[in-house]
Design a protein around this ligand. Structure first.
Ligand SMILES: [Zn+2]
Length: 191
């Protein structure tokens, strides 16, 4: 099964984990990208630090007042291209309206599809928003692959995720067209 990916979810459904093995490396945290959800609300970003964990991860959620937010954990532990990729990926969950729907069961097909789509949007945005997008995506993938290997994913899982990201990066489609398609499909299938 090709989409046996993205099993590294810990806290919530829309959690994404990246791990930097270079624990002594300290990176500058990039400015958050502009992000607007499917209802036109601006998404806030908040940097979080964990003293005990070196894991870099992003979480797309709604805050106590129902406003869209992305928590950025330990971004200083990963390179700028990977930070950017995580931001885009988490933003994608807000852009497609994932947070309006009930969470699909962990590792269900729907869940994996959502992760795959968020990766795809992140890859397309990496290209459309950056002159050096190809360099960034390569760096982000390198680090991501290392992290997945470290966590214990098998080669084929890592490869299929990388393939999906690269395919999307090379797609000849605009970011907005791709997202509109996804939103339309979600409405049609009501999942
Ligand atoms: Zn995700």
């Amino acid at each position: 099964m090709k989409i046996n990916i993205f099993l590294f979810l810990i806290f919530f459904n829309f959690t994404y984990i990246f791990f930097s093995q270079e624990t002594y490396a300290e990176y500058k945290i990039i400015d958050a990208p502009y992000c607007v959800n499917n209802k036109g609300e601006e998404v806030k970003f908040q940097n979080m630090k964990s003293k005990t964990s070196k894991i870099t991860l992003g979480i797309a959620k709604k805050d106590g007042e129902g406003k869209p937010i992305i928590y950025r954990f330990n971004y200083n532990q990963s390179s700028n291209p990977l930070q950017m990729f995580i931001d885009y990926h988490e933003c994608a969950h807000h852009q497609t309206g994932d947070l309006d729907k009930p969470h699909p069961p962990q590792n269900s097909f729907e869940h994996l599809m959502k992760e795959s789509i968020a990766d795809c949007i992140a890859a397309i945005r990496m290209k459309s928003d950056n002159i050096n997008g190809r360099v960034y995506i390569k760096k982000a993938l390198l680090e991501l692959n290392k992290a997945m290997k470290y966590i214990g994913f098998d080669k084929s899982t890592i490869k299929s995720r990388e393939d999906n990201i690269l395919n999307c990066f090379n797609k000849n489609i605009s970011l907005s067209a791709y997202i509109e398609n996804i939103i339309k499909k979600n409405i049609d299938t009501k999942y």
